[in-house]
Design a binder for this molecule. Structure first.
Ligand SMILES: Nc1ncnc2c1ncn2[C@@H]1O[C@H](COP(=O)(O)OP(=O)(O)OP(=O)(O)O)[C@@H](O)[C@H]1O
Ligand SMILES: O=C(O)[C@@H](O)C(=O)CO
Length: 429
């Protein structure tokens, strides 16, 4: 069988979201590489890839910049021959007031000449389901799940048709669960009917992986699909059905020797619990005091000194704080500025620790992971086995490889940090 080249190209709006969908494609048997930003089309790291996930940090930037970056990623993916494009955003539909999911989807659809595009953020393995267009996290609506307090993208409305409509020029409609449950033909008919009625974006209900697989089948011929990582569950099978996948085991990574560290910049409820669990176990932890950081105090140097003082143990360095403390800091400094300062500090800390022999990084938070990975000048990631749903182990593609676990804020059980450290050191998680 001759190699078909790259089949699926994903544009992810943050780095942990990128590893999430890359992990899904790997588990489905696709040789997948994650690039940090847009690489050169001749970069050797993409040589044998069947899927490429371009990780952008475009979730919280201005909509026009997110559009420009996403179109550049699309150009790259098309230049290497991708047959299907997935725009991957958060399963909690994280968006700023002015976007960016609507503007980016519409720009990609226009560039690809696609009339109607689905939006399917469901991720049932992590409790995110969509029913009658409303996004639930576990048993509660999105806007009651803690996401209403998100530091950068507070989600105050669970009705995704309304949220997406507010961000989009075209009309937004819904393919509801009763249609999804009737099967792929009915979904296709629903999409055709909506298109005829002038709808160009369709939120699609899904409450199980089976639903997402059927939606994936129904959209087999869509050149652009958007959603959470769950929408990719069936895409490799669509290609497998046409016998164009190599079938090589995609998930074996080398073990990386060296020191390790946990860096947490997520403000999510789950990361707060994971940090609390670390403290309960009386493991060493340094808290980044954002007010001190803002006052120009040497917080980065202190964090590194703390690491040095605990050289024989694994250290957690965190800015994660409960919602009320976060609000206090944001009121004093501004949410955007506080976020950037914390990200910059964690990036500098990561650089110093790498110079001290750290080779394995567990990072919590999408924006935070973006900042850390960029500070470490990582260009690409090979994707390994899952540590938790949505979080695979990864190893960077450079000559001096690093092992990284990039965790979305709300992912992983309370003992995720311990599990990830074990998995990255070559143990079983
Ligand atoms: N104590 C703090 N005060 C103010 N801002 C903070 C604080 N701690 C973290 N931040 C900022 O909050 C933002 C958290 O976003 P990040 O994407 O890293 O985590 P998350 O939103 O929980 O995760 P995800 O996007 O993966 O769901 C970052 O910009 C981070 O720098
Ligand atoms: O879809 C998700 O929930 C994650 O991959 C993510 O993008 C969170 O930042």
């Amino acid at each position: 069988m001759s190699r078909p080249g790259v089949l699926i190209g994903c544009i992810a709006d943050d780095f942990t979201g990128a590893t999430d969908i890359a992990g899904t494609l790997v588990r489905a048997g696709m040789k997948t590489v994650q690039t940090i930003g847009i690489p050169d089309a001749h970069d050797p790291m993409i040589a044998n890839a069947e899927a490429i996930v371009v990780a952008l940090k475009s979730r919280t930037i201005a909509a026009r910049d997110a559009v420009t970056q996403s179109l550049a990623a699309l150009d790259f993916l098309r230049s290497v021959g991708c047959r299907q494009i997935v725009f991957k955003y958060c399963s909690t539909f994280d968006s700023t007031e002015k976007g960016n999911i609507g503007p980016v989807t519409e720009a990609l659809a226009k560039a690809l000449g696609q009339k109607v595009t689905i939006a399917a953020p469901s991720f049932p393995a992590n409790g995110r389901t969509v029913y009658n267009g409303h996004l639930f996290v576990g048993h509660v609506l999105l806007n009651e799940s803690g996401m209403q307090n998100h530091p950068l993208t507070p989600m105050k409305d669970a009705n995704l048709v309304r949220v997406l409509q507010a961000q989009s020029k075209g009309a937004v409609g819904l393919i509801d669960l009763s249609t999804v449950l009737k099967g792929a033909e009915h979904i296709r008919a629903g999409i055709e009917k909506a298109t005829a009625e002038g709808v160009s974006l369709l939120v699609v209900d899904a409450i199980s992986e089976a639903d997402l697989r059927i939606i994936g089948q129904a959209c087999r011929d869509h050149i652009l699909i958007t959603g959470g990582s769950g929408i990719a569950l069936n895409l490799p099978d669509n290609f497998r059905a046409s016998n164009v996948l190599s079938g090589v085991d995609a998930a074996v990574l080398p073990t990386i020797a060296g020191k390790d560290v946990v860096l947490a910049g997520s403000g999510s409820l789950r990361t707060n619990l994971q940090v609390a669990r670390w403290m309960e176990a009386a493991r060493p932890a340094y808290r980044i005091d954002v007010m001190k950081l803002a006052a120009g105090e040497p917080v980065v140097e202190e964090a590194v000194a703390f690491f040095d003082a605990h050289a024989d143990q694994t250290v957690l360095i965190y800015a994660t704080s409960p919602a009320d403390e976060l609000r206090h800091v944001q009121a004093a400094i501004g949410a955007q500025k506080a976020g950037e300062m914390v990200e910059h500090a964690l990036g500098r800390i990561a650089q110093s620790l790498r110079n001290r022999g750290v080779r394995r990084f567990v990072v919590a938070g999408g924006e935070t992971s973006g900042a850390v990975v960029q500070a470490l000048d990582v260009k690409g990631l090979r994707i390994g086995a899952p540590i938790a749903p949505g979080v695979p182990a990864t190893v960077s593609t450079d000559d001096a490889p690093l092992a990284l676990a990039l965790k979305s804020g709300n992912f992983g059980e309370v003992d995720f940090f311990e599990k990830a450290l074990l998995a990255l050191s070559g143990g079983q998680s």
